[in-house]
Every structure is written in C-alpha cells, then in structure tokens.
Design a protein. Structure first.
Length: 541
C-alpha cells in the first residue's frame, strides 16, 4: 500500500486561474506535469440510488490546453474499509465521469461499476461515445461545465455547458451490456468433418474445349509494325564517354581493365532510334489462359457452421441497473502531461433545478466574464489573418467584392423622374401637367457590423448581417430610388446624418448629407437580439 501511495507525488493548489476574469474566485488546481495526483473529500452523507436521480457537475478549465491526461472524477464506493488517506487507482468507485484526452483521442467518460447479482463481482460498463465534437472543450482554454444525470428510469444524460452531448439507457447503451445473453454458443460443440460450407463448386461435368490453347502467350509481336526510316541499327544507344580519363590511381591488377563511363550516343539524338529494332508487343487476340471449369451452385451446401446454442449458466436479468452501489466520497485520481488544470464547484444533488441554479450562479458568472473579455469579431478576424495570411483572400472575396458590387449598382444608374400634377377647381378649371426630366444620381452605401450586449442576449455572429446585405442588393435591383436604410446606432448618431435612433420601421423624411431631404422606405434590419448589423444607403447631392 505504501508503494502505491508513494507514486502520487503531484502537487495541488487552491488559487485563482492564471487569466481570471473574476478576482478572488479560486479553485483547485493540478500543478504538476507528468506526475500522478490524488485528492478526495468525504461527503456529508452517502448517496443512495433510490427514487431520485443523481446529478453531478463540476467545472474544468485546461488553462494551458491539454496534451495527454484526464480531468475526470470518481464517486468512491461506500465500503467499511474506505480510507481516503489510502486513495489510489485501485480504490473501488461507483461512477467515473469527466473529460480525458491523449493525442487526438478526445473522450468524455461515463463509466459505472455494476455488481453481478449471481457472483457478486463488479464489471465496468462504459457509455457509448458522444456524437458531438469535443475538441473545442480541450483547446479553447475556457471554463466548461460537465454534468452527468442518471435517472431512476435507467436513462442518462451527459451535458457540457448545459447542452446534452450524449444520452441513452443503462440497459441498452453500455458496453459490455449490463445483462448477459440468455443463450450462448456451446463451447464443447464441434463442426462435423463432412460439413460442407462451400456455396459454389467447380462443375465436375465440364470439359476443356479442344481448341483451347493454354500455351498461347498473352502478348505477341505486332506484325504490322515497320521499322522507322533513319533507324541506326549499327549505332549503340550508349557509348563510352570520350572525354573521360582513367584515374591516376587506377590499378588494373587490382581494379581490372578501366572502361569509360557510358553516356547517350550523340548520333542517336536526331535519329528515331539506335541499336537492334524490335517489333512492339500487342495483346494476343487468341490468348485464353489456363482453362478452369465454370463454377456452379454446390448441391451439398450446408451453410456456415455455428455452434449450437445452450442456456447461459451465468445469465441474470437486472432491470434496475440504476440502483448502483452507494458512494460516500468524491475523488480525483489523475495523471497528466499538462499542468495547471483548474477545477471548481463540485456539486452532487438529486434535484435538477437546484443543480441548474447552482450552475447559473457559478459557471454562469465565469462564462459571462470570459465572454465579455473576448476580442471583437473584427479583432478575431485580424488575429486569424496574421496567423494564416491566406485568409486575406477569403476576406476580400467575401467582404470587399460584395461592397464593390453594391457601389457599382448604386452609383451608375441614370434615373428618370415623372411627376404628374392634377388640379381641379369646381367645374371651372381642369388641367393636367406632366414634367419629365433625367439626371444622374449617386448612392453611397455604408456597411458596418456592430457588436453589442444587452440583457439576455449576446453577439452570436454575422449571419443576420449577411441576410441584410442580400436584402439591400434586392432593393437596389428593384430600382428603389431616394431610399435611406440605416439601422446602425453609430451611423444614426453621426452629425452628418442627424437620424433618429431606430433600427426598424417606416419613417418619414429626414435631413441627410448636404441637406438633401430623402424618404425612408419600409425599414428593416437584422437585429434579432443576437446580432447588431448596419446597412445604410443614402443619396448624396
């Protein structure tokens, strides 16, 4: 036992994260690299699997990323001899849960030890792999909330950041299955010697045709080919290098007769070829190869032999695997090639609402603080381009090119206005006057993307902005004139525009650039609580 304990020489600390966004918020930190770590805590009372679910959740932050190592917890089985001072890898546990990674193998364990009701032995049952891509949780250096819910109806859920990434049944989605098969193959059964498993056999009545020539070659010389004119039969393809000299230290007694190295024959450079001419080879039309009898269905085919089934002597049926062995302590027994793994807010309960409130008050604050400290979308794009310069090409094609197209659409049109005025004066005056004139008009389009936070929503991306950009192009192609669209708080407050603060809706005329009076069309925007996007088009003087 002392030898088992001695290897756990990794250090722990209680401290803030290296890049903490919540001053004073401390957690448990695994400090040593390439060492074994073990730490545990006794619960106030054992957890018994009865009629209420088990919910366990805790936070992990791989502050330096993770190369190879785990951050999972063990719920230690309640036993009379449980001694946390002797906590090692062999200490019995009821459930093991949490992230684990080595190389490109990203895991999120849920393992429980099931007790065989017939033998009393325990066997590990592993949940199926999550369908979600787990890579980000190990690489983004953010705090993530890991939650396991096991219900009395034998269902389970695994959540990361309050989003389900895996779910299933203890009865059907564990490996190996909780319940063994009722029947197994008889280990003493043997295949009869005359058992025929061949579905096809050679036709015993078939004979080789008399004209079948097995000795005919696969290829023959092309008799229709002719030697090209100018072929130099007497010239070798390679000759000794006339400029080569025998080395001074060449010893013919030891090294043999010296020969100049071979070089291409210059006489062959202008000729179609040199040396002995040979006809090219072609496929032999009479080639048939080795004759084999055709295959036919085997009249004696008996199928693939399998041992007979017998009753499984180890069979049992546990329809309530949820009723696991009670546990009375929580422990971290880990090895990692990366240090500074941050743990916080371990929480075990049988009430899901309580767990969610605890998560919102703890992990929710960290998430909000980390999100507020993130760089803007533009900054992220610039940083990405610095690391991967080829992204500038993508930016030009996806941002600059559409802007150029919009400006071209807006600035090159010639608009003809027709005004019709009708005046009536009680049966004494009636006339209609029509005035038509043409002039070139210019439109400038301002496009901007704004990031904002308000109440329950935060910036999610620029999808809405792309929709708005597409809508603006549709408006321009629809020959809309004198229309100002603007849903940018920044643009609306600009002195040259003097626009009201509004992102949607139909508005009347307002003063724009140069004092020109323009009219808003049907207002629109992409502001859905998730994205702030600005698309402003206005006529200039």
């Amino acid at each position: 036992a002392d030898e088992d304990i001695a290897k756990y020489d990794g250090k722990w600390a209680v401290e803030e994260m290296k890049d903490s966004k919540l001053p004073g918020d401390k957690g448990l930190v695994l400090k040593s690299r390439a060492k074994h770590h073990a730490i545990s805590a006794q619960l106030l009372r054992p957890f018994t699997f009865d009629t209420k679910p088990l919910i366990i959740q805790y936070e992990v932050n791989f502050q330096l990323g993770i190369d190879c190592g785990g951050a999972y917890v063990k719920l230690l089985t309640q036993t009379p001899d449980l001694d946390l001072d002797q906590f090692v890898d062999k200490t019995p546990y009821t459930i093991m849960f949490g992230p684990d990674k080595c190389g490109e193998d990203y895991k999120l364990h849920f393992i429980f030890r099931h007790k065989n009701p017939k033998t009393g032995e325990y066997e590990e049952k592993h949940a199926k792999k999550p369908d979600a891509d787990l890579r980000t949780y190990y690489t983004d250096k953010k705090t993530h909330l890991y939650t396991l819910v096991v219900n009395p109806d034998n269902t389970f859920e695994v959540l990361v950041d309050q989003t389900v990434v895996n779910s299933g049944s203890l009865l059907t989605d564990m490996t190996p299955p909780v319940n063994p098969p009722a029947e197994i193959e008889d280990p003493d059964d043997q295949k009869p010697e005359d058992w025929d498993e061949r579905p096809k056999i050679q036709d015993p009545s078939a004979t080789k045709p008399e004209d079948w020539d097995e000795d005919a070659p696969a290829q023959i010389p092309d008799e229709d080919a002719a030697k090209p004119e100018g072929w130099l039969d007497d010239e070798p393809e390679y000759i000794g290098d006339p400029d080569a000299l025998k080395p001074e230290d060449w010893d013919e007694d030891m090294d043999g007769e010296w020969e100049a190295p071979q070089v291409p024959n210059p006489a062959c450079e202008t000729a179609p070829g040199c040396g002995t001419w040979k006809r090219p080879m072609i496929d032999n039309p009479n080639y048939k190869g080795k004759w084999k009898p055709p295959m036919i269905d085997n009249p004696n085919y008996q199928g693939v032999w399998k041992p007979r089934k017998i009753a499984n002597p180890a069979f049992f049926e546990d329809l309530q695997p949820f009723k696991m062995t009670p546990f009375s302590a929580l422990g971290l027994e880990l090895w990692s090639m990366t240090s500074d793994i941050f743990f916080d807010n371990f929480f075990i309960t049988d009430d899901r609402n309580t767990a969610e409130r605890w998560a919102n008050d703890g992990w929710g604050l960290k998430k909000a603080a980390e999100g507020a400290a993130e760089p803007s979308l533009a900054t992220q794009m610039l940083n990405a381009a610095e690391e991967r310069p080829w992204l500038w090409v993508v930016y030009v094609l996806t941002v600059a090119l559409p802007l150029v197209l919009i400006i071209v659409f807006c600035c090159t049109g010639k608009v003809t206005h027709t005004h019709t005025h009708t005046h009536r004066d009680t049966d004494t005056y009636s006339s209609t006057q029509t005035h038509t004139h043409s002039r070139a008009e210019r439109y400038i389009v301002i496009v901007s993307i704004s990031r904002y936070e308000h109440s329950r929503y935060s910036y999610q991306g620029s999808y809405g902005c792309l929709k708005s950009l597409k809508r603006l192009i549709q408006i321009i192609r629809g020959k809309a004139r004198n229309i100002l669209y603007c849903n940018s708080p920044a643009a609306q407050s600009h002195r040259s525009l003097r626009l009201p603060s509004s992102s949607t809706g139909s508005l009347s005329s307002h003063t724009a650039v140069g004092g020109r009076c323009v009219r808003w069309g049907a207002g629109w925007g992409s502001r859905s609580g998730h994205c702030g996007c600005s698309l402003c088009g206005f006529e200039t003087v």
